[in-house]
Design a protein around this ligand. Structure first.
Ligand code: HEC
Length: 117
């Protein structure tokens, strides 16, 4: 015989939403995550876990607060520089695809998000 227990998580969801709403951000996090998803960036970069490439948190730590970090990362993400994967092999880094094509604003928005991590 089974007893059914019904619990409600409405309260928890409410608190989470309130916390989320307090963070003032100059970038569109949802759009940034979308672009990452479409480009499969997380195949090689975990949010806070290294994979074939360093985690986005680690990348943020490396570039945060540097004056030219945005333009450096923009170049990185639009010119396919050679990078070394964690297994030592080399390949050209993925160029971010946007729709419409080459929309710098979308790439910059994603860079802002990465730097915020
Ligand atoms: C095939 C695996 C792979 C994919 C897919 C990939 N990356 Fe990378 N990424 C790397 C590697 C490897 C590095 C270089 C690490 C190093 O040299 O320190 C790197 C470096 C970076 C850096 C840091 C550059 C620097 O100068 O330190 C950023 C930012 C970055 N990737 C963002 C992205 C974004 C955004 C996407 C999705 C559009 C993406 N990556 C897709 C493997 C990948």
């Amino acid at each position: 015989m089974k007893k059914l227990h019904k619990t409600t998580s409405v309260l928890v969801a409410g608190v989470a939403a309130a916390l989320f709403a307090t963070g003032a951000q100059a970038f569109d996090e949802a759009a940034a995550k979308d672009l990452m998803k479409q480009n499969k960036c997380t195949q090689c970069h975990g949010m806070d876990k290294d994979k074939d490439g360093p985690s986005f948190k680690k990348i943020a730590g490396k570039f945060k607060g540097k004056a030219d970090s945005e333009s450096k990362l923009l170049t990185h993400l639009t010119t396919a520089p050679k990078v070394k994967l964690s297994d030592g092999s080399e390949e050209e880094h993925k160029i971010v695809k946007t729709s419409p094509a080459k929309d710098e604003a979308q790439v910059k928005n994603m860079i802002q998000y990465i730097l915020s991590l």
